[in-house]
Design a protein around this ligand. Structure first.
Ligand code: SAM
Length: 319
């Protein structure tokens, strides 16, 4: 698909470029905020799985920059934003970047160090594995990322804080909801208007972090497994079927963002160029600096040029 054609078919892709966002995902976080007011009073925030950085840009523009420009906020008192991703990303003002894996427990220690031992008011996670198209598989891998996010949350989020995480709706959604409810009395699944209806993506908005009394983050997985087994027994057959019938949970599900605003599943005509000429598509705001597909492109290029030692090239991570 050419850039102009994508501009026509994906209004949020076009708007992201016009407004200077690195990715159309920025609108999802903004629309979640419209509904849930997630930024109110936030002084420390963690952006998990942040690259290429449009959510971090939202955090910078909504939290850091207004404080920096305010005469009432002293130097060193601006909100702290820590962003983590496996991939490096281009710098964003007011955002501390950490290149790391959120499934590694040590990542939480790095965040805590940046916050000088204080806890975060908000953790957001837009993490997604490379989608295979096999829904069960994608949903499973996604749930592992959510649980990794929850592990970090259990170390870095203050009591009363919020956690926003991407989910994939599927057969285990009720189980995931019940697991999140162990820690947050208020959990809503939200579908921002900028997230396509055709996508199984939604976002869990978890409010008022309240871990169970005496909770030790070391026990997180044992606790979650208990929810996944009938009657909370560890050693019985674990299936989410028990969440059906009389045990069925009803999940609050909310569409958010201006419902009369742009529809992500619709095509919109392209605007006329200001000089009356043909429409010119804008370039993306920031190309990824080390995308995972870079190696594939290099290998393809090498094979086109007839380079024989493809195996050597594939094995050398620096190439
Ligand atoms: N919120 C981002 C934005 O607005 O620009 C987009 C995030 S993108 C949909 C998903 C990101 O998850 C990718 O950059 C990927 O590298 C990251 N990711 C996937 N698994 C991860 C892991 N285990 N640890 C850290 N990042 C991970």
């Amino acid at each position: 698909m050419g850039k102009a054609s994508r501009d026509k078919r994906d209004i949020y892709y076009r708007k992201a470029k016009e407004e200077g966002w690195r990715a159309r995902s920025a609108f999802k976080l903004l629309q979640i905020d419209e509904e849930f007011n997630i930024f109110e009073g936030v002084k420390r925030v963690v952006d998990l799985c942040a690259a290429p950085g449009s959510w971090s840009q939202v955090l910078s523009r909504r939290l850091y920059l207004p404080s920096k420009l305010s005469p009432d906020v002293r130097e060193g008192e601006c909100p702290l934003i820590v962003a983590i991703d496996l991939q490096p990303m281009a710098p964003i003002e007011g955002v501390i970047q950490v290149q790391g894996d959120i499934t590694n427990a040590r990542t939480a220690e790095v965040v805590i160090r940046h916050f000088d031992g204080c806890k975060a008011d908000l953790v957001v996670c837009d993490g997604a594995p490379d989608v295979t198209g096999l829904h069960d598989m994608d949903e499973f891998v996604q749930s592992q990322l959510i649980l990794a996010g929850l592990t970090i949350v259990s170390h870095v989020l203050k009591v009363g804080g919020k956690y926003i995480t991407k989910i994939f709706r599927g057969k285990d959604t009720s189980l995931l909801y019940t697991q999140l409810k162990l820690f947050f009395p208020v959990v809503t699944f939200a579908k921002p208007k900028s997230s396509r209806n055709s996508s199984i993506e939604a976002f869990a908005v978890c409010e008022n972090y309240s871990p169970p009394p005496g909770f030790d983050p070391k026990d997180l997985h044992r606790l979650l497994e208990k929810v996944g087994s009938p009657s909370g027994m560890d050693d019985q057959d674990c299936s989410s079927g028990w969440l059906e019938g009389p045990n069925k949970v009803y999940i609050p599900f909310l569409a958010c963002g201006d419902l009369s605003g742009y529809d992500s599943d619709r095509s919109y005509p392209l605007p006329k160029a200001a000089d009356g000429g043909t429409y010119k598509s804008l370039d993306p705001v920031q190309a990824p600096i080390a995308p995972p597909y870079k190696r594939a492109l290099e290998l393809k290029k090498a094979s086109c040029h007839g380079i024989q030692d493809l195996q050597g090239l594939a094995q050398d991570p620096q190439t």
